[in-house]
Design a protein around this ligand. Structure first.
Ligand code: HEM
Ligand code: HEM
Length: 479
């Protein structure tokens, strides 16, 4: 190992000896030497500069990393991809600000001007739009990989909480950005979503007026969303992200992958991060950027007609990432769909790493062989059970409507929630009895059950709801 003291400031190093320099450098060589004077330096001097560059990188990357954590099948590069997408969004977002005007009478026109008259304007908007949507997917998949490799167990619990904060920031960034084009899609989606706040007990109406900057979606909303979108949320992301990475450093890197049944065996062999980690990161970043670029060249970001507050489209849908909640609204009383269930989901997400687990399965995909089987059964149960429950509810709503004496918060709120919790409880009890699982495996099973159910609700809301939010078959002609 090299034990020489590390030098951060390099003394002036000798240039190439005169006899090694070309006598009469050509114009090309003179230009080249003027841009890259280092090519005139000796190999030894160049080595010094290489060290300086490396030590610069080592300010934010570790010196050595456990070799096992470099395996592609541990992270799938997802955390790194999320970072790249955030920077793509920051870069393109700043460019969009040069043209975009956050006023109701100008916003839509400024987008048209950007798309039709500004050089590469459409491409930049497309990259911003698709990167924002890709970021939700990538951050969500990253959350799943962290969960299913048990990377939330001690000592990484708090980093899970920071990650959840990042996820919320990503969702809010998407949500606030959604309004900015000021087309029909944007206006009515945000109207639906801010309208939902009314049902929040106590502070709902106050919060709604605060966010909307007035009694309804209008100029106040646009300037609020613009300021939050282009200043508050990006700054929050830029503060929270380094905190997330620093916590990874503090625990000595990522979880070490291990097969089921094998105990955790320290950190294994370590290798220098440069070039081993750095090259992998650069490769993932370049492939992702190339993909986003080509995708944005092929597919345009949607833009409807200009927002018309007097004409609501039918159906009026929330942005796709909130469709699961809007679908719940069709089955539960609004207080439950918009407040009780989302709050329970958020609390469960944050509490997840703090459960007193019987097994610390950090590094084992799906906790164990049994855990994998239980997760699969739970996934299938939710995949079949949720559509059946949706169909049953379409019919039960009709029945409930004929029972006027019982308040709707009971028929549509308490009853379905109790049925849902009872179904989850019964499933949990049945599996526990038959599999004698640890609570680590049981929690994973319930997580999968609820996750798949929520995904089915989201897919139903996006593709299987038509006019009047009636169930439709998307492949039917005319729907
Ligand atoms: C903008 C969103 C996010 C970014 C940019 C981000 C970035 C990263 C990166 C680069 C890593 C290391 C490499 C990797 O695991 O792929 C990482 C690890 C981690 N992330 Fe995130 N993350 C984000 C969201 C989340 C979310 C939503 C969660 C969970 C709720 C989360 C929890 C964690 C944890 C616990 C680790 C450590 C994993 C381990 O030790 O193996 N992150 N994150
Ligand atoms: C995580 C970060 C970000 C996310 C997820 C995000 C998301 C979005 C989304 C979904 C839109 C609507 C795009 C469309 O369909 O037209 C949008 C628009 C916009 N964003 Fe961002 N954005 C982010 C960061 C930024 C930043 C840092 C800025 C500027 C500093 C910015 C400036 C803008 C502007 C000016 C628009 C309006 C132009 C348009 O709609 O095409 N964004 N953003």
């Amino acid at each position: 190992m090299d034990r020489r003291p590390r030098r951060y400031f390099i003394k002036e190093q000798p240039m190439l000896q005169p006899d090694e320099m070309p006598d009469r450098p050509s114009l090309f060589q003179r230009i080249r030497y003027s841009i890259f004077p280092s090519t005139l330096r000796t190999e030894k001097a160049r080595e010094g500069y290489r060290r300086l560059f490396n030590s610069l990188i080592l300010h934010f990357r570790p010196r050595n990393v456990p070799e096992d954590t470099l395996r592609w099948t541990l992270t799938w590069g997802l955390g790194g991809m999320a970072v790249v997408l955030v920077f793509l969004l920051l870069g393109t977002g700043v460019l969009l600000k040069f043209v975009y005007q956050p006023l109701p009478e100008k916003a839509y026109e400024s987008i048209l001007h950007l798309q039709n008259e500004v050089l590469f304007g459409r491409l930049i908007r497309n990259i911003h739009h698709w990167s924002a949507n890709a970021l939700i997917l990538v951050a969500f998949l990253h959350l799943l990989r962290v969960f299913f490799t048990g990377a939330f167990h001690a000592p990484r619990q708090f980093n899970w909480v920071i990650g959840s904060g990042l996820f919320l920031l990503v969702l809010f960034s998407n949500f606030t950005g959604y309004l900015l084009p000021w087309d029909q899609l944007a206006f009515w989606a945000i109207t639906i979503c801010t309208g939902m706040l009314e049902y929040m007990p106590g502070i709902g109406l106050w919060l709604q007026a605060l966010i909307q900057g007035g009694p309804e979606v209008g100029p106040g909303t646009l300037s609020n969303f613009y300021a939050i979108h282009t200043a508050i949320l990006p700054v929050s992301l830029l503060i929270l992200m380094p905190f997330h990475f620093w916590r990874i450093r503090k625990v000595g890197g990522l979880v070490i992958p291990r097969p089921p049944g094998q105990g955790s065996g320290g950190h294994g062999q370590t290798v220098p991060a440069i070039p081993n980690l750095l090259l992998r990161e650069i490769a993932v970043a370049l492939v992702l950027i190339a993909f986003m670029l080509v995708f944005s060249m092929l597919f345009n970001a949607p833009l409807g007609s200009k927002a018309n507050p007097g004409l609501s489209p039918n159906p009026t849908k929330a942005p796709w990432y909130f469709m699961g909640i809007q679908e719940m609204l069709l089955h539960f009383h609004p207080i439950f769909a918009l407040f009780v269930i989302p709050t329970l989901m958020l609390v469960a997400l944050l509490a997840l790493p703090y459960i007193d687990y019987q097994l610390n399965t950090a590094g084992v995909w799906f906790a164990s062989t049994k855990g994998r089987r239980m997760a699969l059964i739970a996934g299938l149960a939710a995949l079949i059970g949720t559509p059946l429950a949706i169909l049953a509810d379409e019919y039960l709503i009709e029945v409930a409507a004929r029972l006027p004496t019982i308040p709707t918060w009971v028929t549509n709120g308490l009853v379905p929630l109790a049925v849902l919790l009872a179904a989850v409880g019964a499933f949990h009890f049945f599996m526990q009895r038959n599999c004698a699982a640890s609570n680590t495996e049981a929690v994973q099973m319930v997580f999968v059950l609820l996750l798949v159910a929520f995904l089915v609700l989201t897919v139903t809301g996006i593709w299987f709801r038509g006019e009047g939010m009636k169930l439709v078959w998307p492949w039917d002609a005319g729907t």
